[in-house]
Design a protein around this ligand. Structure first.
Ligand SMILES: C[S@@+](CC[C@H](N)C(=O)[O-])C[C@H]1O[C@@H](n2cnc3c(N)ncnc32)[C@H](O)[C@@H]1O
Length: 249
């Protein structure tokens, strides 16, 4: 699955295009979820959006993240860096934003965007979400946009998110979930997996996984089902979810 994911996002990174296919990670319909009928990322710095949006997100985690000046923010599966740069505007010169990704071509694209935007309070790291290359309790916010569904071991991913967050820190994650378990026939298809479908978990099981990792105050902030039922015999849809390590915000 990881080879397929690297190849798919590596090639997307090298083109101006975005994810394609019947159940794309970043369907327009899904990306505009927080403000139905309005453009995705409305209300954010449009210079950043125009420079970096590849249409790969399925929500707007930054909008709900409560990021403040001086914070350290970590974006998991940062891609070309859109949410890193939107967060960078909010943390200011006393904060910093770290983008983690495992695909070289995406990291190169993010670095090009970083130079174009001149947002020097950002840094991009190569690594995997299941083994985040950062010390324990080192970040205030973890964000992620349409990525955790791609990770085969989601329990490990959420344990890692818990490890790197400081006490009182929170994650805000937009992701794809489903109702019920996806049949094996679909689950084992690498193309459907890398297209943000086959790796999606049942929503209730997803929330339980987060709670088991030690998070409190776990809540679904937004939920968006596409109007088009598509060709799949099960529903996949996007949610934005939050949880807190320790005492709360
Ligand atoms: C659907 S794209 C989303 C990119 C970005 N978050 C956005 O909204 O534009 C998924 C990204 O996650 C990265 N990725 C997938 N699985 C990963 C993992 N286990 N560890 C680190 N990065 C991963 C891919 O390389 C790709 O850049």
């Amino acid at each position: 699955m990881k080879t397929e994911i690297r190849e798919r996002y590596g090639s997307i990174a090298k083109t101006e295009g975005s994810c394609c296919g019947p159940t794309c990670c970043g369907q327009d319909d899904v990306a505009e979820l927080e403000t139905p009928g309005r453009p995705a990322y409305e209300g954010h710095d449009q210079d950043v959006v125009e420079t970096t949006n590849q249409g790969l997100g399925c929500g707007d985690p930054v909008r709900f993240s409560g990021i403040e000046e001086g914070m350290t923010v970590l974006d998991l599966g940062a891609g070309g860096g859109i949410d890193v740069f939107l967060s960078a505007k909010q943390v200011g010169s006393t904060g910093r934003v770290i983008g983690l990704d495992m695909t070289d071509e995406m990291l190169e694209r993010a670095e090009t965007n970083r130079k174009k935007l001149g947002l020097w309070n950002t840094v991009f790291l190569k690594g995997e979400i299941e083994n985040i290359p950062l010390p324990a309790r080192s970040v205030d916010r973890v964000i992620s946009n349409c990525v955790i569904n791609l990770v085969p071991d989601k329990e490990k991913a959420f344990r890692e998110i818990h490890r790197v967050l400081r006490e009182g820190g929170a994650f805000v994650i937009s992701d794809i979930v489903t109702d019920g378990t996806i049949p094996d026939l679909y689950r084992e298809d690498p193309f459907l997996w890398s297209g943000c479908v086959a790796g999606a978990m049942d929503k209730a099981a997803y929330l339980e996984t987060i709670q088991k990792a030690g998070f409190g105050d776990v809540r679904v902030l937004t939920e968006k089902r596409t109007s088009d039922p598509g060709t799949l015999p099960f529903s996949v849809y996007s949610v934005t979810v939050t949880g807190v390590r320790g005492e709360g915000l």
